[in-house]
Design a protein around this ligand. Structure first.
Ligand code: FAD
Length: 403
């Protein structure tokens, strides 16, 4: 690409090649759009001491189907799970979800609740496709540094990196929770700190996980044990107060293994080894609008960040991508008439983001209550959901994009 592209108007510029920006770029290029993708740091395959990336996500069937449609077939990677077990520190009731509880199986998706995948495996596969795609110009090592929004509907958005100026008919900000694009456009977010950090690692256990995703709600926050492709190895996502996280991250391996075994109620027996630990601050936030300026859209974590306890974040980001594709499929190539459709997308995605972040806050608050009455109500609620096929199907629909 020439050093100064100011004269040419591009179809789409996407800022950020995380899971969501990369999927959006590939999907739009596959639909004949000329896509320019800006990413300061090319993804690399990460593997810890136990052979797995410490960053994993649970992908829903819908998300896997979206990626498969882009040529990213994950059937040879990760671990599908058909059961999910949820229980809490102060209680006797537990919930078990099974793939059969979902009343609307997803088209083309395997009969499972989801698949635990390593983030760097998916981002590097997407990246390999992107750099070879004739419809994508990848600007690796560059970052968006300045932006002039279009004032009228028929203008283009203009943006600068350190090396060039670009004009585009559509700008997609997919540069994560601390989106520079959002800040440059002065778009507000409603940010609600959770007071929690997520401690993430990989651990080996004495017993096999049987492809069950487990989550125990502790008073300090939920602990998830997510099955990986090695039968005794799980990805750990442990949300806890910032104070506990800074204590736990300092523990030696043996002490941490003991703490993990205790917190998981030895549900998989002894913890036999643990990888290094990393922590992430947990906020929940929703952007003012997914389409805050003419010709500008925000997708993925740049638009909303949701607590990881239900494994929703990237799945909702892929729902954003699918919503954009549904519009693009209706517009002829080169058409600029998507404005009202994008405004409707923004309303719908905004409502879903508010609903799910609200639900996650309610979960977090509800499970943190220590009073015996609160524990009783929670146990009654869990038993009610566990015995009702309808309620279970509703929970699964909410988590996989059907609500
Ligand atoms: C502990 C934890 C566990 C989670 N588990 C799950 C789960 O099980 N299931 C699930 O669905 N979600 C989960 N999530 C959420 C999920 O990880 C995120 O929703 C998802 O990674 C967001 O992807 P993204 O592409 O929107 O943003 P990001 O992954 O943040 O990518 C943003 C990209 O933008 C680039 N960038 C940054 N600044 C600039 C700039 N100025 N110019 C250009 N590019 C820029 C970055 O380098 C990066 O590549 C979890 C999150 C956490 C913290």
């Amino acid at each position: 690409m020439a050093e100064d592209d100011a004269a040419k108007a591009l179809d789409v510029v996407i800022v950020g090649a995380g899971l969501v920006g990369s999927a959006a770029a590939l999907a739009l290029a596959e639909r004949g759009r000329k896509v320019t993708l800006i990413e300061p740091v090319a993804p690399v395959r990460e593997q810890g001491q136990l052979g797995f990336d410490l960053r994993t996500v649970a992908l829903s069937g819908t998300s896997q189907a979206l990626l498969a449609g882009l040529g990213i077939d994950l059937s040879d990677h990760g671990q599908p799970f058909s059961w999910m077990q949820v229980w809490e520190e102060r209680g006797t009731a537990s919930l078990a979800f099974n793939a059969d509880d979902a009343d609307t199986p997803h088209r083309g998706a395997p009969a499972s609740l989801g698949r635990i995948v390593e983030v760097s495996e998916v981002t590097t596969r997407l990246w390999s496709r992107l750099v070879e795609h004739p419809g994508v110009s990848v600007l690796e090592g560059e970052a968006v540094e300045a932006l002039q929004p279009s004032v009228r509907e028929d203008d283009c958005v203009e943006l600068q990196t350190a090396k060039r100026t670009l004009r585009s008919r559509l700008l997609i900000g997919a540069d994560g929770g601390r989106s520079a694009t959002r800040q440059l456009l002065d778009v507000a977010v409603d940010a609600r700190p959770t007071g929690q950090m997520a401690l993430v690692t990989v651990a080996q256990f004495e017993r096999v996980h049987e492809a069950i995703a487990r989550q125990r709600f502790l008073l300090d926050g939920p602990l998830a044990l997510l099955p990986l492709s090695e039968p005794k190895t799980c990805a750990i996502v442990w949300s806890m107060s910032a104070a506990s996280a800074s204590d736990k991250v300092e523990l030696a391996d043996t002490e941490f293994a003991q703490a993990l075994q205790h917190a998981s109620e030895s549900c998989l027996g002894r913890v036999t080894s643990v990888d290094s630990r990393v922590t992430f601050p947990l906020v929940q936030q929703v952007i003012d609008s997914f389409a805050p300026r003419p010709r500008v859209l925000f997708l993925g974590d740049a638009a909303r960040v949701v607590h990881p306890l239900a494994g929703l974040g990237v799945n909702m980001g892929f729902e954003d991508v699918a919503a954009v594709l549904a519009i693009v499929d209706r517009l002829p190539l080169g058409s600029d008439l998507g404005g009202p459709l994008y405004a409707r997308l923004a309303r719908r995605r905004g409502l879903r983001a508010q609903l799910m972040t609200g639900l996650m806050s309610a979960f977090q608050l509800g499970f943190a209550q220590q009073a015996p009455l609160a524990a009783l109500v929670r146990n009654m609620g869990m038993r009610a959901v566990d015995s009702s096929e309808l309620l279970k199907a509703g929970f699964i629909r909410a988590a996989t994009g059907g609500l």
